[in-house]
Design a protein around this ligand. Structure first.
Ligand SMILES: Cc1cc2nc3c(=O)[nH]c(=O)nc-3n(C[C@H](O)[C@H](O)[C@H](O)COP(=O)(O)OP(=O)(O)OC[C@H]3O[C@@H](n4cnc5c(N)ncnc54)[C@H](O)[C@@H]3O)c2cc1C
Length: 488
């Protein structure tokens, strides 16, 4: 039986990002993916939000995505645009890039990191014991892993077989999504109706049309047909525009469900396997990638023996509330996008509110993922928040903070007296960087914050300690997050 430290089920955006994170940390990780290539039927996610671009920048791969897509203001709430161009981040925008392009780019990175991938195979079951997990493959082979991570999408077999509940809300609306040719000129643009929105738009080839239509009655489960599509088009537009040559037709709903637990002993969940919701606001892929970046370094430290298994508990305590918040925000948006007169009035009222500076900043920071605040106790506002990508001056020359995170290694950044810190017992894991920074400190939505003397930063870019040369609490923070000190 082939052994790996970690087996990831599913090579969608979440599984690919997690594979990259684990490989960077030197973990023997393998991916199992049912699809033979990254080809995707239909377009699905349309791009990346600011914080996701930042986490890719932290690994030195953001440019690969930026060079393929279109940088633009994409942040919105219930289709109310929220401009983030005044936000204090290098990436004060979103990126329009279809999911297939995102997946191909991630897959190329994972290939460079030489992650073995079992393609064209499904995981059909697993059994966990005290020391590991036996993973069954559809070709009759088995793999043995210390940990198994289900990144296998909303219908996750891993979640079901682990017996993890998936409570939430049944759909209130279902949508057909399709890519078709039309003999008549389609009425391109967005057309709201009483139930929600409808949209027609030409695809890049200028020939095919992307169709999104809400259905009169909520349907789920069965595969939609060309007749369903024609019927829905006629119901909204009075014509089916002579639609033919359907290359893709699918259905999605606003069902909102979240795994009760993201972990069952040696089995973990990330991405859509842990949370599903309506695509309103374009959150799913983005939070899946960020689940992966939160979990990756923690799982690596546990597998490598530098941290106790309890570090994995922080994956649940940090990421479950983020998923719950996204579910709530998508449910609110679905309700606000119904086109009846009372909902329209509520939408207009909210639009007015979101034109004001503070509400705009609050909602834009939430929707772009820039306001994430893990509860690491009270103290400096940076604690538990993302470290800004400052331009530093180091002994080796100018460096950006994000450049120093490319290898996914934890960091103690000393902006005070050079040589003021000695972290020898953690030196095998934590890089110590003495640097100068002369600019201002500002956080999205919060505004300016006091310049700290020193900060400790996790591989995912979140700050776990803020202090000065007295080093109060530093040893505890390093032990909690990066493992106990090594013996001299
Ligand atoms: C219409 C639509 C529009 C969307 N728009 C956006 C958007 O604008 N922005 C955004 O952020 N998100 C959007 N999303 C959501 C986004 O597509 C998902 O959140 C994202 O794909 C989740 O990634 P994932 O890797 O967690 O799961 P998936 O992408 O579902 O990947 C799971 C992978 O696991 C594989 N797999 C499943 N079971 C097995 C098995 N047993 N063995 C082996 N392999 C298996 C599958 O083949 C698949 O490759 C949209 C979704 C839809 C439907």
């Amino acid at each position: 039986m082939t052994e790996h430290a970690v087996v990831i089920v599913g090579g969608g955006p979440t599984g690919l990002m997690l594979a990259g994170e684990l490989a960077l940390a030197g973990v023997d990780v393998a991916l199992v993916e049912r699809r033979v290539s990254q080809e995707l039927a239909g377009s699905r996610a349309g791009g990346l939000h600011s914080r996701t671009i930042e986490v890719l920048d932290q690994r030195g791969i953001a440019d690969r995505f930026l060079s393929q897509g279109k940088v633009m203001q994409v942040t919105c709430f219930a289709m109310i645009p929220l401009d983030i161009s005044d936000f204090p981040t290098r990436h004060n925008y979103g990126l329009a890039l279809w999911q297939e392009g995102i997946e191909r780019t991630l897959a190329a990175w994972v290939d460079e990191l030489t992650v073995p991938t079992y393609r064209g195979l499904e995981v059909t079951g697993f059994a966990q014991d005290e020391t590991g997990v036996d993973v069954e493959l559809s070709d009759g082979r088995s793999l043995r892993a210390k940990y198994l991570v289900g990144c296998d999408g909303g219908r996750s077999l891993i979640r079901k077989k682990a017996g993890i509940d998936f409570p939430g809300w049944d759909p209130s609306i279902s949508y057909l999504i399709a890519e078709v040719e039309m003999t008549e000129e389609p009425a391109c643009g967005i057309r709201p109706d009483e139930r929600g929105i409808n949209a027609l738009g030409k695809l890049e080839d200028g020939k095919r049309v992307r169709v999104v239509l809400n259905e009169r009655h909520v349907r789920q489960g069965d595969e939609p047909t060309l007749d369903d599509l024609r019927e829905a088009l006629i119901a909204v537009y009075g014509t089916d525009f002579g639609c033919h040559n359907v290359t893709y037709v699918s259905r999605f709903t606003d069902a909102a469900r979240q795994a009760a637990s993201y972990r069952e002993r040696r089995v973990l969940l990330a991405g859509d396997s842990a949370h599903v919701h309506s695509p309103a606001g374009g959150q799913g892929l983005n939070i899946g990638v960020q689940d992966a970046v939160n979990l990756g370094w923690k799982l690596a430290q546990v597998v490598n023996g530098t941290s106790p298994e309890s570090l994995l508990d922080t994956y649940q305590t940090e990421r479950h509330p983020i998923g719950a918040r996204v579910l709530k925000a998508t449910m609110a948006q679905t309700a606000l996008m119904r086109g009846d007169e009372r909902t329209k009035a509520s939408h207009e009222t909210l639009s007015e509110l979101l034109k004001m500076d503070e509400p705009r900043k609050r909602y834009a920071a939430m929707m772009s993922g820039l306001d994430i605040h893990y509860d690491l106790g009270t103290g400096h506002p940076l604690l538990g928040r993302r470290m800004p990508d400052l331009d530093l001056i180091t002994a080796k020359g100018p460096r950006r903070v994000f450049t120093l995170l490319h290898d996914a290694r934890p960091m103690l950044l000393n902006l005070g007296e050079p040589g003021g810190f000695d972290i020898t017992p953690w030196a095998d894991r934590v890089q110590l960087v003495d640097a100068k920074y002369v600019g201002t400190w500002e956080l999205p939505a919060l505004g300016p914050v006091t310049a700290p003397i020193a900060v400790s930063i996790r591989p995912d870019g979140y700050v776990v300690w803020v202090g000065d040369l007295t080093q109060l609490g530093l040893a505890d923070a390093l032990t909690t997050w990066f493992g106990p000190p090594s013996a001299a």
